[in-house]
Design a protein around this ligand. Sequence first.
Ligand SMILES: Nc1ncnc2c1ncn2[C@@H]1O[C@H](COP(=O)(O)OP(=O)(O)OP(=O)(O)O)[C@@H](O)[C@H]1O
Length: 322
Amino acid sequence: MYCECEYGDGRLPLLFIVNPAAHSGEGYALWKQAEAVLQERSIPYEVYFSEKRGDVRQLAKRLTNVSEGAERFLIVLGGDGTLNEAIQGMQHFEQVRLGYIPTGSSNDLARDLKIGHDIRPLMKKLLDGGTEHRMDLGCVTWNADGKTQKRHFLVSCGIGYDAAVCQEALDSPMKDALNKLGLGKLTYLGIGLKQMLTLQYCRASIRLDGREIIKAGKLLFAAGMIHRYEGGGFCFCPKADDQDGLLDLCVVNNVPRWKFPIIIPFALKGKHGGFKGVDQYRASRIEIRTSTPCWVQTDGEIPGKLDRIELTVEKQKLRFII
Ligand SMILES: Nc1ncnc2c1ncn2[C@@H]1O[C@H](COP(=O)(O)OP(=O)(O)OP(=O)(O)O)[C@@H](O)[C@H]1O
């Protein structure tokens, strides 16, 4: 972790956390485009670069540990995974305005918010103050070694297939190579197809707000979503609203494997709900138990393999600036 500082005139601190490794190493070059806008306007700022996984969380924790009454404007440059790390560390949510410049390869949050990817207009808007958009914050909790663990999410938390694809992609040497050729989506496509053919189904029971029980005999995945897209553009919950204090849930259960290639193009457009075995729900608390431990993902990051998770949501907890 290191810092290049040009801030110091006593105004609202403008703080940047940059993942230079996002988008297979393009992150630093994209930061330079953002920095050019700051320099043109002679705006003071501080920028902190992550050097490894986990740094973004620590940086966010340190930079938002403010005293009462003080405010921070924190802008994160990275993909959904970088932003996810930042919100794990964030403190004093009411005193922090959170800006975001998407420089990852999937950018599902940016897709849903329709904020685009062009750095200059995004920077200019943020520097002009932007618009505050109160955003729900999801939380998944589970037990490990007798202790309750938790992780926040902004986009989605899924168990099963979607998480298994993320987990394999995170460790895939192919991802970097294909990203450099601008073909990063092929990684997910390849791994997605492989997992579709090989993933073992599990049984699951799902409770919504402590009541309704969904019994799944052959669960492919269940994803609780704050935003509409995950997995690089799959509109699994087309009615998700990031301000309603509720999670939309997509459950895919008991769908024969041969049907997947037919359903996928519909899922990209959010039209998959009509297929038998694809169901949508909405709740503020979702408890999921599976018959065997399955991979879990939060905004594409992997907390581990789990067989019992609880998803909740804090309504409009984040002061997101767009
Ligand atoms: N300096 C760094 N070097 C390597 N990894 C980093 C560094 N900083 C953060 N990370 C990790 O990189 C991952 C960043 O993923 P992110 O989603 O932001 O970008 P991406 O990999 O380009 O996009 P996508 O996941 O959408 O394909 C996170 O898991 C984060 O912990």
